[in-house]
Design a protein. Structure first.
Length: 231
């Protein structure tokens, strides 16, 4: 005679099986981390500007910009400098801007500045691409809105200056701080470069002496720089 399983036995068996099964918790969805794309050195360094005709005429400079940078003459704007003793020209290529000052404020070399609209490379990326500078200058700058904290990386043998500022009084400068702009001039001695990088000063002036004294040898790491109270 065949015995049919008792309903209570079936219920107990089902409960035992259920207790042996591991219940997997549902995974919680986490937002993906925002990863900034690193800048390539070709985006940071414009080697063409190191070969700029720093002593050329205004017409020769415009021709060079059109041929080497690939900018049409109609895209180059500007005119005489504020005091009429030189000229300023500027143009844009994508998100990057360029500015040229020639024979203005007593400079004996064209000053070429370049920077970025919006995001810009960090100081760490600039150091990676340009290498370690010979000198640096870190200082507090007084502005109408309060103190700014600035760092200039000096490459005298290349006529190159990398600048970065934050709009507050800081006790240290971090590698993540963005680059503000990069300046190119005719390479030379320190006494020649200070007037080329800085408008309206001459050797022996108080401003010239203050900048000269604030320049320090690169310590090998951005965390070891010293910030002067006065820029």
């Amino acid at each position: 005679m065949q015995h049919r399983p008792h309903p209570m036995g079936l219920l107990l068996g089902a409960l035992l099986l259920t207790s042996c099964v591991e219940v997997m918790p549902q995974s919680e969805s986490t937002p993906s981390a925002v990863v900034e794309t690193p800048w390539s050195c070709t985006e940071v360094v414009d080697l063409r500007l190191e070969a700029f005709p720093f002593r050329a005429s205004e017409e020769a400079v415009s021709t060079w910009v059109q041929q080497e940078i690939g900018v049409q003459s109609t895209a180059i704007q500007g005119g005489p400098s504020a005091f009429g003793n030189g000229y300023v020209k500027y143009w844009r290529v994508g998100q990057r801007w360029y500015e040229v000052s020639q024979w203005s404020d007593g400079r004996d070399s064209v000053l070429v500045k370049t920077g970025w609209d919006g995001s810009a490379p960090s100081l760490a990326e600039a150091l990676r691409c340009f290498g370690q500078p010979s000198l640096y200058r870190a200082y507090l700058a007084m502005t109408p809105g309060g103190y700014w904290t600035c760092l200039d990386l000096w490459y005298p043998e290349r006529g190159l200056l990398v600048s970065s500022c934050v709009t507050r009084k800081a006790t240290r400068i971090t590698p993540e701080q963005a680059v503000a702009d990069i300046s190119y001039v005719q390479p030379g001695t320190l006494s020649e470069l200070i007037p080329r990088f800085t408008a309206g000063i001459s050797p022996g002036s108080e401003r010239y002496t203050q900048i000269e004294r604030s320049l320090k040898p690169w310590p090998g790491d951005i965390s070891r720089i010293a910030i002067d109270d006065r820029g």
